[in-house]
Design a protein around this ligand. Structure first.
Ligand SMILES: [Zn+2]
Length: 213
């Protein structure tokens, strides 16, 4: 009798645990949490993003254009880019509850080939914060055939510039929860060549976006 009861209890506990574990999902191009769920902002959009005072005014139209490109596909507002006032204070991207775009004038020497980086913080399957760093130390940037900035590092001052809209478009994909996708012309490809005007979403990016937005 007791033995039977023990077995039943174990079975009930096992079934309960099974019922509580989140169901793994197809990645659909998104980063997944430890349970295999896609991470995103869910209905918590638009994402309010501040622009740090390190970003020159000349880059703002490119940032707005990148945001609009994602929004056109989603058919809804995804970003609320705050142009004024600029986010001021030290250039110190960290988990502070504010989403900020920074133009960095220093960058780790051993990561000098990286043009940008987005840090994403999530709880469960919900993104809570994302910060974009643009590598202004090793790269210069252009938009609409105009050079906007040169690399801050003296020995990199003549490096071939990168399309700032193409870079921000990619980093904003990370803000939304997307991971790297190489091939099929995706804007989420790991590498962006200098001079590559990759400012339009590929079919694969549109399909991915629509899984969560
Ligand atoms: Zn990336």
């Amino acid at each position: 009798m007791w033995k039977w009861l023990g077995t039943a209890l174990v079975l009930i506990i096992a079934l309960t645990i099974q019922a509580c574990a989140p169901k793994a999902q197809d990645d659909c191009g998104f980063v997944q949490n430890v349970y295999g769920e896609r991470i995103s902002w869910k209905s918590d959009v638009p994402v309010t993003m501040q622009i740090h005072s390190s970003v020159p005014d000349s880059m703002v139209p490119a940032i707005l254009s990148a945001a609009e490109t994602w929004e056109r596909t989603a058919g809804r507002k995804l970003f609320n880019i705050v142009q004024y006032p600029r986010y001021s204070g030290p250039i110190n991207p960290h988990k502070d509850g504010v989403n900020v775009i920074y133009l960095m004038n220093t960058w780790e020497d051993n990561r000098g080939s990286e043009q940008g980086r987005t840090s994403v913080y999530w709880i469960g399957d919900l993104i809570k914060e994302a910060d974009i760093r643009l590598n202004g130390a090793d790269f210069g940037f252009y938009w609409n055939n105009q050079t906007l900035t040169r690399a801050a590092k003296m020995d990199r001052a003549n490096s071939a510039p990168v399309n700032i809209e193409a870079l921000v478009l990619h980093e904003m994909g990370h803000v939304l929860g997307l991971k790297h996708k190489d091939g099929q012309g995706s804007v989420m490809a790991t590498y962006l060549a200098s001079g590559d005007d990759r400012v339009h979403l590929a079919g694969t990016d549109q399909t991915a976006l629509q899984c969560e937005y």
